[in-house]
Write a protein that binds this ligand. Sequence first.
Ligand SMILES: [Zn+2]
Length: 349
Amino acid sequence: MEKRIFALILAIFTIFSLQANAESLLKIEDFLKSYDVEFFWDDFRQVGLIRTGSQTITFKAGFDYFLLNYSQKRFCGGITLDGDGRILLSQEAQGSFSEILQPYKINPNVMKIAAIVIDPGHGGFDSGAVSPFDVGGSRLMEKDVVLAISLLLDKKLKEKYPEKRIEMTRSTDIFIELEKRTEIANNIKIKKNEAIIFISIHANASPFRPNAEGFEVWCNPEDKTKKMMTEDMKKDIPKQALSIFEMLLQEEINTETKILASNILKGLEDALGANIPNRGLKENDWAVVMNARMPAVLVEVGFLTHKKEAERLKNNQYLEKLADGIFKGLVTFVDTFESTNGFTGGQVE
Ligand SMILES: [Zn+2]
């Protein structure tokens, strides 16, 4: 299924990029998309700077030469500005730049999870669910339970993945608007071959069913149209192909979300043991996961209205187990995602 979608996306891409390649001048933004580099442009002096970890290319519009590492003069044959001030590279310039930038070429065959965003629900004046009875001398509040688990999870993920961005929407007892939470995740800049995971952590309450206990994972129903594409993504895609891209992207993210959810359920099941009910995967259009343009799930770690479970949720060792279960589920997802190149089996080229 995934392979088919990818093949289709690539076919569409190829058709349209062939059209675009008919002219030999290439906008510098388009050229640099395939490289992991930084680009700066000084509009006043019309000087551009391409920087990698160790190399710097300095060029000036209208000049046939550029400077490598501020010292070596090299021929590049033509960098011009068009009427709208866009920087255009001649084929020669593309050739000489790609020679230098080769080691920084982004490999589209290697899909990576670049960032994991942990969202502890509620906070500040919004305590979330509250236990209707005292647990160890006071009422237990959802905002505290989920923050404690999230902090443990954050630590585990940072140790396991020092190269990835692990972000929390809050790491203290403060209130954050729902929109702000997904905005944090949506605003993380990633490259073409990278993806982000969003995980919101909550605790349940069921005042009328005090026997309800266990954990569950929620994701968006598939029929809900989630707007996946950013304005930035749309820029690259021909207008007539936009809706099909949107649909394919939604389908892909829905599938990834389901895999992520089942990985987390399995992780929790293994970590908590058979005595804690696994309530399974559920669907609802939670705003917090709805607006995240990435695989996004909401984990309910247990019921504050269940006497025994509330006691467990007060216990640090149990919170450690919960964090460990979610962590293991995430690791399974990341490992599978990265080793299969985003579940496509590495057929992207
Ligand atoms: Zn909640």
